[in-house]
Design a protein around this ligand. Structure first.
Ligand code: FE2
Ligand code: FE2
Length: 204
């Protein structure tokens, strides 16, 4: 699914209370980027937190803890950018928190391999989302703030790719032939849900 950000020559999206601080089209599109990124990192942190609750004594626990810590650092950065740039956070934040934690616990209850399948699916979509943001940022005249955002997105994209690769490696170690179709369904569902969440969090 292609993710489009409103660019300067396109009509502005509907605004909500809290959007008033963003006075230009560029400001609005940067605000939408920071909003969706903050929401995504919140969801990601909650997924790993939920998985940790169930899998804390399993072999994959150290990996989950490491990824959860990185997602928390990503979230802290976007929390700071939200304050600095006067961005309205997603009004659906409670939903992202609950859905992330629920997906984390639910996937972990299915086993370590299902938990890793969720990581691979989510990180693939998030990596693509960050790449699309980088492409969009390249078309905006850079100021200091945009350069800072671009650097964050580039760094976090590399982290998400590393998460995907680590989870893929873990999955390969725990391979179970009979489970393959179930994981494909799980993966498709998680990817579709993540894309939907990205679309919603940009506006709401
Ligand atoms: Fe992240
Ligand atoms: Fe990640």
């Amino acid at each position: 699914m292609s993710i489009e950000y409103p660019m300067p020559n396109r009509p502005r999206p509907a605004t909500l209370p809290g959007d008033r601080a963003l006075t230009s089209n560029v400001g609005t599109s940067i605000g939408a980027m920071i909003r969706v990124d903050q929401a995504g990192e919140l969801g990601a942190r909650e997924i790993y937190s939920g998985q940790m609750v169930v899998l804390k004594d399993q072999p994959s626990a150290p990996l989950l803890a490491e990824m959860a810590a990185q997602e928390a650092a990503h979230l802290a950065k976007f929390d700071a950018l939200v304050v600095e740039r006067g961005v309205r956070p997603s009004i659906l934040s409670p939903l992202w928190r609950a859905a992330g934690f629920g997906i984390g616990v639910g996937s972990a209850l299915l086993g370590e391999r299902a938990a890793m399948a969720v990581t691979v699916a989510v990180e693939e979509v998030i990596e693509q989302h960050y790449q699309e943001q980088l492409d969009a940022l390249d078309e905006i005249e850079a100021d200091e703030g945009i350069a800072e955002l671009r650097a964050c997105v580039a760094e976090f994209r590399a982290d998400e790719l590393a998460h995907r690769d680590l989870a893929q490696k873990e999955m390969a170690l725990k391979k179970g032939a009979k489970e393959a179709p179930a994981y494909q369904i799980l993966s498709c569902g998680i990817k579709a849900g993540t894309k939907l969440a990205i679309g919603l969090a940009k506006r709401f």
